[in-house]
Design a protein around this ligand. Structure first.
Ligand code: HEM
Length: 452
């Protein structure tokens, strides 16, 4: 059996944390987070749940997030069972000295000083997306928004960080690989496997999906350079492979790093932008403010780094969207050694879920937490409780691309809404599907209108 088939066979196995969490996420079909919020309210900030041979511990208070992610970060290590096929041995899955060796050399590509260089490429990708939206506006057909924002996010990474025009079909690739992160599908596939049904020959061919995913990094590497730039993330990765002082950073590491960026760096960014377009469509006053700010700051010209600083309200829309719909609703760790959290004994091997969503929706930290209020981010008189807002995680393992994603999404909103009025036409409120990420149930359907 080759590596791809082995990965494919792992899908839906009971050891996966995502498989285990399925029963907890099933109660409210329109918002599975509501069940977990109720549990946290009723049973307190540390909830151990026995699941077969091991325990899952749900943690939902900011100071406990700090304990797990910052103060005792070395005791709570990354846990990627079930997702290795997507991320391979990339930085996001590693721990300790090896993780540091992989992350350090790539860090400069994510420093705010690099953003100004990326902005023309983000803008080029956004303009390409506008061409597609123009055809939707003309035809009047409805379409799913996350697919749209996902292809945009992937194109932004390819153009800005890899110096490539996206050399693969994101609609096909992401649809395939999403099956790995969709917990509900794990369950279905598991059941088919158990009953002996030939699931591989039916609607989803796991090995084929893995093959499609495996083909992406070589396609990126082989594609023609777009602008022959000297300083790109792809160049940094290639330099690491050539550097004899980091022998661990081999060809496979490079391939897995590319996979990681094309997944962790695109789905999250895309969900944020799609949810923000949904929120703005159902809050037209807020949409008007975004348009006004875009006209005042940008007028008709392309954005610069200085403009990003001035787009205060638009940036607040993005921040507020990630508070209400944090793309990563829970961070998963495994305890290396016994410990204690708020008086509860943690055993080595316990799976700990840092339930960030709960703090984002807690009225102790946010006035009217269910309300969409971008202005709250502009009110400097209010001090935020530390770790009550963790869309990018916290501590040394926090997101490498968080600051950059805010630039991508702020500029995308400002430029797209200056030309279009995306109209949400799905059920209101939109349902939530909690997979590894917080996705809209059944997608977010829109119609497009072009402004005069
Ligand atoms: C709205 C956009 C984004 C959100 C909400 C987000 C969220 C997160 C979170 C919560 C983590 C920490 C996971 C954990 O502690 O277990 C993380 C890690 C990571 N993210 Fe993001 N992310 C976003 C955008 C990006 C972008 C644009 C990139 C790169 C192009 C990126 C690359 C990564 C990588 C490589 C890690 C692993 C860092 C490490 O382990 O040292 N992310 N992200």
């Amino acid at each position: 059996m080759n590596a791809i088939e082995t990965h494919a066979r792992l899908l839906g196995e009971e050891e996966s944390i995502w498989f285990k969490l399925t029963p907890l996420l099933k109660g409210n079909t329109d918002n599975p987070m509501a069940i977990l919020l109720k549990m946290a309210e009723r049973y307190g900030p540390v909830i151990p749940v026995n699941m077969g041979s091991e325990r899952v511990v749900l943690v939902s208070e900011p100071e406990l997030f700090k304990h797990v992610l910052v103060s005792k970060a070395d005791n709570y290590i990354k846990y990627f069972d079930g997702l290795k096929p997507i991320f391979g041995k990339s930085m996001i899955t590693n721990d300790g000295a090896l993780w540091q060796k992989i992350r350090m050399p790539q860090q400069p590509a994510f420093h705010p000083d690099a953003f100004a260089d990326y902005i023309p490429f983000f803008t080029a990708a956004i303009k390409q997306k506008m061409d597609q939206w123009r055809t939707y506006a003309k035809s009047g057909e409805s379409f799913e928004m996350v697919e749209q924002t996902w292809t945009l996010a992937a194109d932004m990474i390819c153009k800005a960080m890899f110096d490539r025009d996206m050399p693969f079909n994101p609609h096909v690739v992401f649809k395939y690989v999403k099956t790995y992160t969709n917990v509900q599908e794990h369950k279905g596939i598991r059941e088919k496997k158990k009953s002996g049904s030939a699931y591989e020959a039916t609607e989803f061919d796991a090995a084929k999906a893995m093959q499609a995913w495996a083909d992406v990094p070589p396609a990126v590497i082989a594609a023609t350079s777009r602008d022959h730039r000297e300083k790109t993330l792809l160049k940094l990765i290639e330099d690491c492979v050539a550097d004899p002082s980091i022998p661990e950073f081999d060809e496979q590491q490079a391939i897995d790093e590319i996979k990681q960026y094309l997944w962790a760096g695109t789905e999250t960014t895309a969900l944020t932008l799609a949810w923000s377009l949904y929120l703005l469509s159902i809050h037209p006053e807020a949409a008007k403010r975004v348009i006004k700010e875009s006209e005042d700051v940008l007028g008709d010209r392309d954005p610069t780094a200085a403009d990003y600083t001035s787009l205060v309200y638009t940036r607040s829309v993005i921040q507020e969207t990630m508070r209400i719909y944090p793309p990563v609703w829970g961070l998963i760790r495994v305890a290396a050694n016994d410990d204690e959290i708020a008086g509860f004994k943690i055993n080595a091997g316990d799976r700990v879920v840092v339930f960030g969503y709960s703090a984002h929706h807690n009225p102790r930290f946010w006035d009217e937490p269910e309300e969409f209020r971008p202005e709250r981010w502009m009110d400097k008189s209010k001090r935020q409780v530390k770790y009550s807002y963790i869309p990018f995680g916290a501590g040394k393992r926090s997101c490498i691309g968080g600051a950059m994603s805010q630039v991508e999404n702020t500029l995308a909103l400002a430029l797209l809404l200056r030309r279009f009025r995306p109209e949400y036409v799905g059920p209101n409120p939109a349902g939530i599907n909690a997979t590894v990420t917080l996705t809209p149930k059944g997608g977010l359907m829109f119609k497009m209108h072009e402004l005069d």
